[in-house]
Design a protein around this ligand. Sequence first.
Ligand code: ADP
Ligand code: MG
Length: 717
Amino acid sequence: MPPARGAGSPFSGNPGDRDPRRRPPARATPRLTLDTPVTYLKGVGPVRGEMLARLGITMAGDLLRHVPHRYEDASTVTPMSQASVGSDVTVLGQVIAKGVLPTRKGLRVFQAVLQDASGMLEIAWPGQPFLDRTINIGEWLLCTGPVRFFHGRRLQPREFVNLGPDEEGTGEGRVLAVYSSTEGLSVRVLRALVQQHLDELLPLVTEPLPAHVLHEADVPSLRDALRMVHRPTSVVEALAGRARLAFEELLYVQLLHRRANQLARHSRVGTVFVNKRRLTSQLKATLPFTLTGAQMRAVREIVADMASPRRMHRLLQGDVGSGKTVVALFAALLALENDKQVALMAPTELLAEQHARTATTLLAPLGITPTLLTGRLGAKDRRAALARIAAHEPLLAIGTHALLQADVTFADLGLAIIDEQHRFGVEQRATLGAKGATPDVLLMSATPIPRSLALTLYGDLDVSLLDERPPGRQPVTTVHRPESARGKVMDFASHELDAGRQVYIVYPLIETSEKIDLKAASVMYEELAGGVFANRRVALLHGRLPADQRDEIMRQFRDGALDVLVATTVIEVGIDVANATVMIIEHPERFGLSQLHQLRGRVGRGAVQSYCVLLGDVGADAAERLGMFTATEDGFAIAKADLALRGMGDLFGAKQHGLPAFRIADPIRDEALNETARVVAERVLQADPELSKPIHAAMRQALNTGYARALELFRVG
Ligand code: ADP
Ligand code: MG
């Protein structure tokens, strides 16, 4: 659900879809409002107006909304005399010489010499000769970057700010706001423009959030916050102002999600399952293990959902090996003891078979046999399965996409369970749901994402979390070894093979160079199969193989008919081969941390010690990243680190998930704030579900202005 315009800031929307009638009719209207075109402001002519428009600033209020993206604290400046080679510093000085120098390779370098009270320093911008036009002698620059040795000390700025010709305001303790700027409109001009108009614009800002919300979230008023971000007296204050703006964005999104959820619950009339405690109690009694606390909690949450008159729409989220399947079986039994049918869908045949196997074993004491439906079934078996599914009798059908086919007709589907839900498209999930009148829906996912983010991503879902590992599971010993240790690593693998274990060797797959990767894997496969693993049963698994061949190889590996599996593709999600104890990952730097974690989850499935070896030489950054991975098995911590490193869009594909486009907030970094926003949103809606109370009018107005979806969720007052 993308917001209609930007991020629902209270003052204005995007320049693109603005109603022209709201603009003042002519220059004759002198009174300044936040909707006044920015070109009416002193210091903004048509030329600057155009440049500002490029930054999305067309109205006076937009200038306030153009929040600095970072701050330079002049109190952390290093005197130039102390900027030593090898250090990373911020310096502040005046340009005393400058020029563009060509290098032998044809690269043109803009250079300037800066001077402060302590000395001079050379600054160089390779490949940016155009800076010669914007940086002038006599101007003060604040530069941050590494100091290297190049015919003397030389700083190469990562970032810099041109403060202009007067040093005013760069003194000790002064915090400088740095705005995103555009060609022809420097940070300096932008900052001056904001400073010039801040005092006349701030009084025009009205507060959209009611006092009780400000109080509960412990954030400053909007007016104060805007002053704090644009004219901070300290970095701490600037961040507090930013937090308020971020909170407001998060609050709006949470209000929308929570409201949508509320409405959905009311309109979602589903089956009322009666908790008869017949089959479920039997399973509890016959299980070969006791449920973890997290599993019990999840089962309780699911039972409460299913026993209520609304349709369940719940995501069961848990790290690899956290035991989601058995939780799903409890849900299935509740449906079965209410004479309903259950469908459990998995993304691959192997996984479906594995689930069927697990269910067959665990439910045998209860006299329940699941019905398997995959593409592998012969015509006769398939007909038999379809007949059982169509018959008016409770049953547990386990299968793949095959369950979605048109000729699969459930007599009375009461519960649809989808494992590894992210592997299915929206339509596929909907198709399974449509196989019954109003089946409850349970989605399962192993991608461990923080709860607050899950709520932001899947706002309309309820979330149950398995944040506890079944006891007795041995941690997987994880190490990173350099290329020079390859021989030793393979010897170690041989040693494990001698003990009767199985080994995975995984290669990364980069889509754009699939052929090259395939070649690398094939070469390695042949080398291994003809060399160190000559007397082993080795197979190569890659994405170019037809699906049935891939399944066949995985099946052989599962059944112990293969010792070593060399794979280019990510090995089957969720597959359980307890005898596999070694996972060797080549080019580990090419994988995301979460991906590595999923791979590691393929071993350590049994009671014996397992190993995950990242093999190969990597750069310093990658080594640090991988170090984080080898140090922990906490999937949530890893996912969080991954998110922080790669960004949400990368991990989840912002568009697919309809992530709201936050301007200021970042649901990962602002996790605590997001949690506050969720709690506050819930409380607000409990007291005033339609935001129809006068104290919420301004907030509702802001929502309606910022988000198209608000119009259908809250009545326009
Ligand atoms: P995942 O959440 O990755 O799908 P599974 O449901 O496949 O995990 O469970 C992983 C393994 O842990 C299975 O072999 C399962 O039988 C076992 N298991 C599940 N719950 C428990 C428990 N409470 N105690 C011990 N073992 C458990
Ligand atoms: Mg699973």
